[in-house]
Design a protein around this ligand. Structure first.
Ligand code: PBG
Ligand code: ZN
Length: 341
């Protein structure tokens, strides 16, 4: 017999015994499991009820008139869709300095909410609240004559718009404007109007000035006509500002918090979730992330399904409770297949 050298592994260092079949592997990461309730689907609604407009920078994503949206959502709701995030886009209504079309009675979101409530009674409806799709200059604020942000005029207008969506029947209002004090302004107005316990406020808490919003600005026709959004969205080198924003939004009464974009900001996600575990944590996998993943799969870098599921699981592991994603219909389809097996 030859004197064979063996390497002994300490019993506590045997890992393969814990991951030897799919069930055991799943047990290792229960906090990163994915179910239908973990997804919110963003949709773009236009004024012409029977129209569908493809968005070239977001292959596979369309803007829908409300009747077409109904057809589109029917199957997704059947597959377990629990909530949508509505964005209005206008071509016919005017854009102006005070974003009057945001809560006009003909605004596509204002018109869509009661219909969606009726057609899909179990669907939770969130509305993005911002001025940029409706201002002539494309900024998320009311501007003073010198071109600077008029914060208090912006708060007044943004909280009015949020109230209009709430009155139209939205379950959740989600301000994405990043004005200082918006959560408090909206909450106060909701409470005054007896909607304090009927409507939730989802804050775009850590919304960074990001290069990943490009395709969305195409989709929503909300590109600023001059300058950028760096004076109100957070600088992407700063975790301090993100934590201060979370502290502020919590103290002003936010019901739920959000990180946006997410893949380049998972450290922020983890920090804020660790600091505020009591609050449901949303992440927005934004348009540029959608395009990046979609195009990488198209280019053969990876197979879409396993790569996307890896990403979704990672977001859950890092602390995301709800993932706002343009891939939602696809993921729900896959979950249904998986559960049937
Ligand atoms: C508007 C708004 C933006 C997004 C959501 N709401 C764009 C922006 O701030 O310029 C981005 C969504 C996406 O890129 O998918 N305030
Ligand atoms: Zn905006």
């Amino acid at each position: 017999m030859t004197d064979q050298k063996t390497f002994k592994v300490n019993n506590r260092h045997i890992m393969q015994s814990g991951i030897m079949n799919p069930t055991l592997r799943e047990w290792q990461g229960c906090n990163s499991q994915i179910t239908t309730g973990n997804f919110m689907y963003p949709v773009f609604i236009i004024e012409k009820d029977d129209e569908i407009q493809p968005i070239s920078s977001m292959p596979g994503i369309n803007r829908f008139g409300i009747n077409k949206l109904r057809d589109h959502l029917e199957k997704i709701v059947e597959n377990g869709l629990k909530s949508v995030l509505l964005f209005g886009i206008i071509d016919i209504l005017p854009k102006n300095d005070t974003a009057t079309s945001a809560d006009d009675k003909d605004n596509p979101v204002i018109r869509a909410i009661p219909k969606l409530r009726k057609w899909f009674p179990d669907l939770t409806i969130a509305c993005d609240v911002c001025l940029c799709p409706y201002t002539s200059h494309g900024h998320c604020a009311i501007l003073a004559p010198d071109g600077r942000i008029d914060n208090s005029a912006s708060l007044e207008r943004i909280s009015d718009i949020a109230l209009s969506y709430a009155k139209a029947g939205a379950h959740i209002v989600a301000p994405s404007d990043m004005m200082d004090g918006r959560i408090g302004a909206i909450k106060t107005k909701l409470v005054k109007n007896n909607l304090g316990n009927k409507v939730a406020v989802l804050s775009y808490t850590a919304k960074f000035a990001s290069n990943f919003y490009g395709p969305f600005r195409d989709a929503a026709k909300s590109k600023p006509s001059f300058g950028d959004r760096k004076c109100y969205q957070l600088p992407h080198n700063s975790s301090g500002m993100a934590l201060r924003a979370a502290d502020r939004d919590v103290s002003e009464g936010a019901d739920m918090l959000m990180i946006k974009p997410v893949m380049a900001y998972m450290d922020i996600l983890k920090q804020i979730k660790d600091k505020y575990p009591e609050y449901p944590m949303f992440v927005y996998q934004v348009s540029g992330e959608y395009a990046m993943i979609y195009n990488a799969a198209q280019g053969g870098a990876f197979d879409l399904k396993p790569a996307l599921m890896e990403i979704m699981g990672s977001l859950r592991r890092a602390g995301a409770d709800v993932i706002i994603s343009y891939f939602t219909p696809l993921v729900l389809e896959w979950l249904k297949l998986k559960n049937k097996l």
